[in-house]
Design a protein around this ligand. Structure first.
Ligand code: PLP
Length: 474
């Protein structure tokens, strides 16, 4: 009698069901086989999902079962039902949004994280994962050229990392005016101005909203989406109260970087806290060839990034870095006693979560596997492929490249919006290449975000070729 039958025989309550370590083997073998099959075909399958949510629900089975079932059968049903509804975002020709693929070593480490099921919130309780995370954090600061005294928190993504940076900022700029926001809240507090470039990522606005800071004040950006430093200086001159300036490393349409050296200096001269959203752009600092793009960013006060984008670690791996650990620990610490000895700050004193998975362990594995030169080669390779795609597309009839391709982003347009949208639809239908339809500078664009480790020169050429084949008649 298998588990399913025995469960059925006892009315769903299986007193004979074994509860022990041997239970893991069968479903894990099933999952491993299905994962290998998925990964083995993911570069060549059609990129867009082929099944709707409704169809997925039907395939999975809509009714809550009365009785339990065999675990391997559950895994098979899940894979059979869900896989046709998955997007092949790990494909070497997937350029949608800004999404990285998955390095094999990062995925394997992530499986271990799930298997170990450690709560990474507490140092002494789970030294195995906290040790790996702390090393990953230290290595990251070294690799990016950020202050070694900064503290690193691991979160789910750059949205959460922006929230962490702005939380520390809010705490600090109010404390400087003797306002203890933890105790007194925001009602009656000096009003904080959050200055952002007009092309910041929307998650900066979300972070400000979550923190009760209201809508940020936009400062004009230039054609590439970089904050105009003179406009920032003018805006700062008009402000008398506490101020947070948000800069950007990597604009999603152009890949452009703000002029950190100048912007950080004038913001600091005005007494402002400077936060940098570098979800995918912070990694430029790891490349000797691209590091110039981030020059001066190390002078900021907080930084947000993702390892699940450029570094090709699986979801979810966000990184929050704060130069002044006190501000971070005061914003998130549960107990004031940690503040007396910052070395004793717990992982949960740096981020909003108390209990969480060990997001930083796959990052450790990936940095260990790539090494310093491997990270540089990864970032350089993405930028080279972006440049190759832009150069190839620029030769095609009717195609205009709209941005200065300095990093991993390419935005292109046809003569009019309808043609651009139609090209996007044709590419989508081909299943071979996926670029994001978007709007930039008041026109429809197709955005190629080169974020996958496997997008090499050959895949870049194949991408251009797929666009060439989609053009006739446009
Ligand atoms: C992706 C992105 C974010 C949000 O990151 P998540 O990991 O999706 O939370 C923030 N800023 C920029 C510039 C991004 O590209």
């Amino acid at each position: 009698m298998d588990l399913h039958e025995s469960a059925a025989a006892s009315g769903g309550r299986d007193s004979s069901r074994e509860h022990g370590p041997r239970e893991y083997g069968v479903p894990l073998d099933a999952a491993s086989a299905r994962a290998r099959a998925w990964l083995g075909g993911v570069f060549e399958r059609p990129i867009p999902a082929q099944r709707s949510i409704d169809e997925v629900k039907t395939a999975l089975g809509r009714t809550l079962p009365e009785r339990g079932s065999d675990p391997a059968e559950v895994i098979e049903r899940l894979a059979d039902g869900a896989e046709p509804g998955l997007m092949a975002s790990q494909s070497s020709r997937f350029y949608g949004w800004v999404m990285g693929g998955t390095f094999p070593v990062a995925l394997a480490a992530d499986w271990l994280v799930s298997s170990w099921d450690q709560n990474a919130g507490m140092r002494d309780a789970t030294p195995g994962v906290v040790g790996a995370e702390e090393l990953a954090g230290d290595w990251l600061l070294e690799l990016l050229g950020l202050p070694p005294t900064a503290d690193v928190g691991f979160v789910t993504g750059a949205t959460a990392a922006n929230f962490v940076g702005l939380s520390a900022a809010r705490q600090h700029v109010l404390a400087a005016l003797d306002w203890d926001v933890n105790r007194a809240g925001l009602a009656g507090a000096p009003a904080i101005t959050v200055l952002v470039g007009s092309e910041r990522h929307g998650t900066i606005d979300l972070a400000a909203r979550y923190l009760g800071l209201g809508e940020p004040t936009a400062v004009a950006s230039d054609r590439e989406g970089r904050i105009i430093v003179e406009a920032l200086a003018e805006a700062l001159e008009k402000i008398t109260g506490p101020t947070i300036v948000c800069l950007q490393a990597g604009n999603i349409h152009s890949g452009a970087f703000d002029d950190f050296a100048r912007a950080v200096r004038i913001a600091h001269d005005a007494g402002a806290w400077v936060h940098v959203d570098g979800a995918f752009g912070l990694w430029a600092a790891a490349s000797p060839r691209l590091r110039h793009l981030t020059a001066g960013f190390e002078g900021a006060d907080s930084w947000a990034s993702d390892a699940h984008k450029t570094l090709n670690v699986p979801y979810d791996c966000g990184i929050a870095i704060v130069a002044n650990p006190d501000a971070m620990h005061t914003a998130f610490g549960m107990r004031a006693s940690y503040l007396q000895n910052p070395d004793e700050a717990e992982p949960h004193d740096k981020v909003p979560e108390l209990s969480r998975r060990a997001h930083g362990v796959p990052l450790w594995a990936t940095l260990r596997w790539l090494g310093r030169d491997g990270v540089a080669a990864l970032v350089d390779g993405l930028a080279e492929s972006a440049a190759a795609i832009a150069a190839g597309l620029a030769e095609l009839p009717g195609v205009t490249i709209l941005n200065d391709v300095v990093y991993t982003q390419v935005s292109m347009a046809m003569a009019d919006d309808e043609q651009t949208l139609e090209l996007g639809r044709r590419l989508q239908q081909s299943g071979e290449v996926l670029a994001s339809p978007s709007r930039w500078h008041d026109r429809a664009v197709l955005r190629f975000s080169v974020s996958n480790w496997a997008t090499d020169a050959a895949e870049a050429a194949r991408t251009v070729d797929a666009v060439r084949r989609a053009l006739p008649g446009l």
